[in-house]
Design a protein around this ligand. Structure first.
Ligand code: AMP
Length: 279
């Protein structure tokens, strides 16, 4: 595995890969890598000639200075962890990606206006801007994203479509701890006790599968909220049941597949999760 920090060098190397007709799999990450990231990386490794991973904690997608500061940075361990499956690790500095004169941003449409877009202002704009830059620098043929960030997947898919990018997006299932908690770099900030407590989020999403045909969307959202709050002091920011295609409102039995999205605070750590249910 070669580590590249220079944007020019990365662009040069990817152009060479392209000229020789290689399939390039790309996984953008913010580091603090875990099995969730590794599942995307292994999939790319199986299905492409070359696998490129980026590690970049993107300041543009944080609206909270403290959160940006606290975000774990573990480049040394990360590079060891993935070295057997990756050809190039691209780890640019903030100055390299955002020089002083930088001023253009991607504007997100309707799909990003609710949920994460509503509660984390500027998040998707920052995410899409850096992903577009990384696509242009790494020039992948395939990119790999996790279902854990479901709204992000839909936004990147829409951007690829709208900007005619010659890239195939592959969504991989959420990798979980044994107790069901979705793996996340932010879990490092949870105590053992909080990790146990947080497992109720996914357990309740799974239970809602059983009651999905027995109520309206509002009733099921309320059921999930009550179940979690009855049994824990987890603070729910939003729960939403929507059409999995475009996150539009849905009526149960009027769409083929729904997604239940949730964001909640366990202590002061904000977690997100979701479940897809075919009807
Ligand atoms: P991040 O480093 O959090 O920006 O995540 C980089 C990529 O890894 C995104 O596509 C995430 O959706 C994906 N990812 C993060 N956690 C998981 C997980 N538990 N299972 C599958 N994919 C994940």
């Amino acid at each position: 595995m070669k580590i590249i920090t220079s944007l020019k060098e990365m662009q040069h190397v990817s152009s060479k890969f392209h000229q020789s007709g290689k399939m390039i799999g790309f996984i953008p990450t913010m580091g603090a890598l875990h099995e969730g990231h590794l599942s995307l990386i292994k999939k790319s490794n199986q299905n492409n000639d070359v696998t490129v991973v980026s590690i970049f904690v993107n300041p543009m997608q944080f609206n909270d200075e403290k959160d940006l500061e606290l975000y774990p940075r573990t480049l040394k361990q990360d590079s060891k962890y993935i070295q057997d499956y990756v050809d190039i690790l691209f780890a640019p500095s903030v100055e390299e990606l955002y020089p002083d004169q930088f001023q253009t941003k991607v504007r997100i449409g309707k799909i990003g206006s609710q949920f994460e877009g509503e509660f984390r202002s500027g998040y998707f704009e920052g995410m899409a801007t850096v992903v577009l830059k990384l696509f242009n620098i790494c020039q992948p043929t395939h990119c790999y994203f996790g279902q854990k960030d479901y709204q992000q997947v839909l936004i990147v898919r829409q951007m690829i479509h709208d900007f005619n990018l010659p890239i195939t997006l592959v969504m991989m299932p959420t990798v979980r701890e044994k107790n069901g908690l979705a793996m996340s770099s932010r879990n490092r900030r949870l105590s053992q006790e909080e990790k146990k407590k947080a497992a109720i989020i996914y357990r309740t999403l799974q239970q809602s599968h059983g009651v999905i045909n027995h109520g309206s969307v509002n009733e099921i959202e309320e059921y999930i909220c009550d179940e979690i709050q009855k049994k824990s002091d987890i603070r729910i920011e939003y729960i939403a049941i929507c059409n999995s295609d475009d996150l539009s409102d849905c009526k149960i039995n009027h769409c083929k597949e729904i997604v239940i999205l949730i964001a909640a605070y366990v202590g002061n750590v904000r977690l997100i999760d979701n479940i897809l249910i075919s009807l």
